[in-house]
Write a protein that binds this ligand. Structure first.
Ligand code: GLU
Length: 303
């Protein structure tokens, strides 16, 4: 029995890929007899909006994905995020970083001695601001560019074992903990919120697989239990690219306009998962009865 969750970012409309991941997250949790929780990842004040949130939750409900307990919003958990940051800072495990994205990209193209122990996760930080002197820090602060806060990692690598993808090892880098606009970073917030919500198994798209060892490491540092993970294949268009508007009718609203209702979308997703015959109507309970994690397709679903 494992408590699961779905954690959409309310920055747009859910497409078939997101909906399929949500359905799978629900199936993993419910088939284990566990609770299923909903979290809205609305930390980004510019990209998130309440209309998208309401639409996403309505689409999920129409699909048949229901959840226990009230929805958790990350924006309402800022004090928990800040308390964890303060804890890491007090342990000497953080530093301020003034680098821009471009500077990091340029610097990380150079080979770096600390990043040899495993696969380097995308965006790994080359350490530019890690050992600035007090004087150098004051200079940067005086220029007025706000600082991000990074983890002062001890190096080395971390391995997690994904339920579907097996072992994944990445180097532990100085991941951002608080962005330079003051917003708690995704990796920190997701680890804290999953742990505090009692999430035991994280089911999500496999674009997040490479961030998972970092998250496991943060959970360890913060004294939180690691969940287990199952990263599910993404949905791609016929051109092999990640699903997007240009691929046609990919949202519930698009499909509704073509006469496909929530049950129709469920049937479509079920077929893609090998859980229904093409065109067969299925209930959530039937899907639950048929669901076998070991038999899931592992390749991306091509629409
Ligand atoms: N909110 C993130 C997203 O929509 C997902 C985070 C997660 O599942 O850990 O990509």
């Amino acid at each position: 029995m494992a408590t699961g969750r779905f954690a959409p970012s309310p920055t747009g409309v859910l497409h078939l890929g997101n909906l399929r991941t949500a359905l799978l997250a629900w199936l993993f949790a419910r088939s284990s007899g566990g609770r299923f929780l909903m979290r809205v990842d609305d930390l980004d004040p510019v990209l998130s909006d309440a209309d998208h949130e309401a639409q996403q939750l309505a689409d999920l409900a129409e699909l048949g994905v229901e959840w226990d307990l009230p929805v958790v919003r990350q924006s309402e958990r800022r004090s928990a995020h800040e308390a964890a940051l303060a804890e890491l800072a007090a342990a000497g495990l953080t530093y301020e970083c003034w680098c821009s994205r471009r500077e990091i990209l340029e610097a990380s193209e150079a080979p770096h001695a600390d990043l040899r122990a495993g696969t380097v996760p995308p965006g790994a930080y080359p350490g530019t601001c890690r050992d600035l002197t007090g004087e150098e820090r004051r200079e940067r602060a005086a220029q007025g560019r706000p600082a991000a806060v990074r983890l002062r990692s001890a190096g080395g690598s971390v391995t997690v074992v994904d339920r579907l993808r097996g072992p994944v090892t990445t180097v532990i880098d100085d991941v951002v903990l608080r962005r330079n606009d003051g917003v708690p970073a995704y990796n920190l917030a997701t680890v804290l919120d999953d742990a505090d919500m009692g999430v035991e198994e994280v089911v999500r798209g496999d674009d997040l697989l490479s961030s998972t060892p970092r998250q496991a490491h943060l959970a360890d540092l913060l004294g939180r239990a690691r969940p287990t993970w199952a990263h599910v294949p993404l949905v791609v268009g016929a051109d092999g690219d990640r699903l997007a508007k240009r691929h046609g009718a990919v949202t519930m609203a698009d499909l509704a306009a073509e006469g496909v209702d929530g049950a129709g979308v469920r049937a479509l997703l079920a077929t893609s998962l090998g859980l229904a015959a093409p065109g067969e109507a299925v209930t959530m309970q039937q899907l639950l009865d048929r669901f076998d994690p070991a038999a899931l397709p592992t390749d991306p679903w091509v629409i």
